[in-house]
Design a protein around this ligand. Sequence first.
Ligand SMILES: *Cc1c(COP(=O)(O)O)cnc(C)c1O
Length: 461
Amino acid sequence: MRYISTRGGISPIAFKDAVMMGLASDGGLLLPQSYPAISGEQLESWRKLTYAELAFEVISRYVDDIPAADLKSLIIRSYATFTHPDVTPLVRKNGVYILELFHGVTLAFKDVALQFLGNMFEYILAERNQTLNIIGATSGDTGSAAIHGVRGKKGISIFILHPLGKTSAVQALQMTSVTDANVHNIAVHGTFDDCQDMVKELFGDLEFKEKYSLGAVNSINWARVLAQVVYYFYAWLRVTDEAVGPVHFSVPTGNFGDIFAGYVAKRMGLPMGRLLLATNENNILTRFINASDYSLGTVVPTVSPSMDIQIASNFERYLFHLFAEDSVRLKEAFAELKADGRITCSPEEMAQVRTDFCSDSVDQVATLQQIRDFYEKTDYLLDPHTAVGVKAALDLLPSDSARVCLATAHPAKFSETVEQALGFQSPAPESVKELYGKPTRCEIMDADIASVREFIVAHIG
Ligand SMILES: *Cc1c(COP(=O)(O)O)cnc(C)c1O
C-alpha cells in the first residue's frame, strides 16, 4: 500500500514514511492509493476476534513495510492500556447503542489513536536511529492523549502548550501530572489560539523545524484515522451478533477525523447504514451538508469544547474523494476558501455528499437537556460531546433500526458541564481520583514566542 497527497504534489510513499511525514510535504493530506475491500465472508470470519486481533486485521491491510509479528505486538501493547477488556465496549441504553470509546488513559476516544501512534513513532525512530520532538497546542483532549501516548518513550520528546486555566481541571491534571523526563507542559497566559499561533510559527521556521526534528501529533496523521477505522468494524460486529437490519452511526464531529474513519470503513465495504455528522453551534459542516453552505464563521465557545472548530482539518480528505481524486479541483476549492471564505460545490457533488452523510446541529440548551433526559430514563451519564451525537441520532435516525452513538469522552472529564446539567458531578473513575495530589510539572509562560522557543531549545532531548 502506497500513500499519496490530496494536493497531488508528492510521489507515492510507504506507510512508515506517511506516518513520519504527518502533513504531506506539498501541504496536502496523505491518503492510501486505494481502500482494501473486505468481503462479507471475511467480515463474518472476524466475529470471534478480540479488539486487538480485529485491529491487526484492519490495520495490516494498510501496512506492508512492517513485519506482521512486530505490528501485532505493537497493536496488542497499544490496547492493553485500556481498562475495559473489550477496549471499546458497546452498551444498549434507551433505544440506542453507546460505543464507549473512553476507556483509555485520558478518558477520551483520542487514546485509541494516540496509544497506537506513540508506539508506532517509537518503533520507526528506533529502526531509523532518529529522534523526534513533538510540539503541539491543545484545548485539552489531544494534548493529554498525546502526552500519555509518548511518555517515557525512547527517541521522543513532547512539548504541549495549553491555555492556562482554560481547560477542564481534569484535562490540565492529566497533562501536568505526567512528570517523565521527555514530557514538557507549557501553560500559556492566553487563549488556545495564542498557543496554536505560536506552534504554527515554530513549524513555519523551516530551519528550526529541520534542526530540531520537529513533529506534530494533530489529527491529520493517517495512522490516527486508521486506528479509528477499527471500532466501526467492532461496533458493527457486536450489533449484528444479535440483530439484523441497518446499523447507523452518529458521530460528534470537530476536526472530521473520527467521522472520516467511518467513511473509510464504509469504503472498505462495511455495510453500514447512515453516517450522521453531529455538530454543536460551530456547524459549518452541518450547513454544508444540509444547505450547501460551506462559509466560514467565527468560533463560538460551547459546552462541548473539543468540537469548537470552524476549519475541520480532515475534511480535505473527504473533499478529495468528492472531487473524484482531482487535485486540481481540490486546490481550486481551497483557493476559493482563502479568497472568499467559502467553498462552492455543484448540485451533483452535493447529491453525493447527501448520499454519504446526513447531519444535524445541536445547541447547548439541547445538549444539556439531552444529558438530563438520558440520565432520567437510564441512570446513564453522557458527556456533553456524546450528548450532541445522541440527540442528533434520536432526532434523525429511524427508531426501529440500530443506532450506534460514538461516546467520545467519559462524563468525568467534563464534570463541570455534567454538574451544570444535573446539579451533581459525574462519579470519578479511579484514574481521575488519583490525579489529585500527584506531583505536577508545568512551565507557566507568557504568550511570547521568543521565550517559548528558548524553553524548547533548552529542554530538547
Ligand atoms: C476530539 C474530540 C471530538 C471531535 O473529534 P474529531 O475527530 O475532531 O471530529 C469529539 N469529542 C471529544 C471528546 C473529543 O476529544
